[in-house]
Design a protein around this ligand. Structure first.
Ligand code: FES
Ligand code: FES
Length: 160
C-alpha cells in the first residue's frame, strides 16, 4: 500500500507516494536523489545516514518515511548557503578530515548539531558528541580538529 507523504527537504516542499514503511534514508537517496546521505550499516550503528529532522540529528536508516510527514529535513545538500559552505564543511576541508568521504556527511551534520548545543566544546565534549560515528578510514584526530576549528570560526564570527 502506498500513501502520499509531504515534508520539507532542504527548504523545498517534497511529496512522495510510497510504502510508508520504507526508510527515510532510501526515500532521500532513491526518490529525491539526495545521495549525500549514505547507507552504512542500516542498523543505527555507524552514523553515515545522519540527517537533521526538525533540527534534531537523526539516523535516517531508523526512520520509516511516514514519520517524516510534516517535518523539515536537512541533508548535507542543504547545509551550504548558495556557494558559501557552512563553517563545519569549510573546517573539514581545511583540516583534511576526510579520506574516502563515506562517513563525512553524517560527521558534518553531527558536528553542526553538536556546535548548536555546545558552541565552545571541550575536546572531551567533541569526542563524546561524535561518538557513534564510525570512520573506516580512521581519520578521527583530523575530524576532532575540524570540529574544534569550526567552533572557533563560528565563535569568532558571532563576536565580530
Ligand atoms: S546507515 Fe544509519 S546508522 Fe548506519
Ligand atoms: S573518510 Fe572514509 S569512512 Fe570516514
Amino acid at each position: 500500500m502506498s500513501i502520499t507523504i509531504r515534508f520539507n527537504v532542504n527548504g523545498a516542499e517534497a511529496t512522495v507516494t510510497t510504502d510508508p514503511e520504507r526508510r527515510l534514508l532510501d526515500v532521500l537517496r532513491e526518490d529525491l536523489q539526495l545521495t549525500g546521505t549514505k547507507y552504512g550499516c542500516g542498523e543505527g550503528q555507524c552514523g553515515a545516514c545522519l540527517v537533521h529532522l526538525d533540527g534534531e540529528p537523526t539516523r535516517s536508516c531508523l526512520v520509516p518515511v511516514r514519520d517524516a510527514e510534516g517535518t523539515s529535513v536537512t541533508t548535507i545538500e542543504g547545509l551550504a548557503r548558495g556557494d558559501t559552505l557552512h563553517a563545519v564543511q569549510e573546517a573539514f576541508i581545511e583540516e583534511g578530515a576526510m579520506q574516502c568521504g563515506y562517513c563525512t556527511s553524517g560527521m558534518i551534520l553531527a558536528a553542526v548539531a553538536l556546535l548548536r548545543r555546545t558552541p565552545d566544546p571541550t575536546h572531551e565534549q567533541i569526542v563524546s558528541g561524535m561518538d557513534g560515528h564510525l570512520c573506516r578510514c580512521n581519520g578521527y584526530v583530523k575530524i576532532v580538529n575540524a570540529v574544534r576549528r569550526a567552533a572557533e570560526t563560528i565563535q569568532g564570527a558571532s563576536h565580530a
